[in-house]
Design a binder for this molecule. Structure first.
Ligand code: FES
Length: 275
């Protein structure tokens, strides 16, 4: 395993547009030994450097069971992500990591899994979803509820088609505002979740999305009988160094980069409202 504190040079293998402001990148390490040995666990994150511009934290979009490359899906929101969106196949970046904890799949064995993702939140849940599909026999029913603002904002259309056609998983798609071509549900995620009314018995809900979605999804789950230790989420905001050093990511006494980014809701519920 390479040193997690120093960046390894990686080359862009593939660039794919997901939505008007989200692009997915596949990277391979230049050093074949590093490429072969570099690994991570679903839920962990990496720090990507664009030389001469800066660095930023991203989650791994693909799981360790599909590690032919490192994939990240990146929304254009600032200087570094704008520079990343300019990258073309063959360009090089620095990647260091992996950092943080991961989804506790050992604890999920034998349980039903309910993934609830909003918008770009699916990028953080894609690796645990694909990991659970690659270790399918370990779990009961797997359900995915994914929502975005509009059909244009839906990420991973090829993956969604694959999941839609799979017997291993039930996929429900929704948008806040549909259009003539949209054949799935229209409505906010928490409302669709209530209509689905999943059985809380023996189910773990794994959620990621914008704060307002999380807030109302947590309420909907509680109303359906989910307890705080049946809800797992991942927090990505505010991280910088990834090492517990810069003090940028702490919420009260929790450091998202070291204690997380994956948390049971039990660990977060008493934090201030803005988180
Ligand atoms: S990101 Fe620097 S302390 Fe967590």
């Amino acid at each position: 395993m390479s040193n997690i504190y120093s960046p390894n040079i990686a080359r862009v293998m593939e660039v794919r547009d997901e939505t008007p402001d989200v692009r997915s990148f596949r990277f391979e390490f230049i050093d074949p030994e590093i490429h072969k040995n570099f690994t991570w666990k679903a839920g962990q994150f990496l720090i990507l450097s664009v030389f001469g511009v800066g660095e930023a934290v991203f989650t791994f979009a693909n799981p360790q069971t599909r590690k032919q490359f490192v994939e990240c899906s990146i929304r254009k929101v600032g200087l570094v992500t704008e520079a990343i969106h300019e990258l073309e196949v063959g360009d090089t970046v620095g990647i260091r990591g992996p950092y943080g904890n991961w989804f506790p799949f050992e604890e999920f064995k034998g349980r039903n899994l309910l993934f609830v993702a909003g918008g770009i939140g699916l990028a953080a849940l894609r690796s645990p979803i694909e990991y659970s599909l690659d270790t399918r026999e370990d779990y009961g029913k797997i359900t995915i509820l994914y929502g975005a603002r509009s059909p244009l904002d839906i990420c991973y259309k090829d993956k969604l088609t694959e999941w839609q056609n799979s017997d291993s998983v039930e996929l429900v798609l929704t948008v806040d505002r549909g259009n003539d071509e949209w054949k799935h549900r229209v409505g906010l995620i928490p409302n669709i979740l209530k209509e689905m009314n999943p059985d809380a018995e023996n189910t773990i809900a794994i959620i990621c999305g914008p704060p307002i979605m999380i807030k109302f999804t947590l309420k909907a789950l509680a109303d359906m009988g989910f307890t705080d230790n049946q809800i797992v989420t991942t927090l990505e905001m505010k991280m910088k160094c990834g090492l517990g050093k810069c003090g940028r990511c702490n919420i009260e006494n929790i450091f998202v980069c070291k204690d997380g980014p994956v948390f049971y809701y039990t660990q977060l519920k008493n934090l201030p409202e803005e988180y």
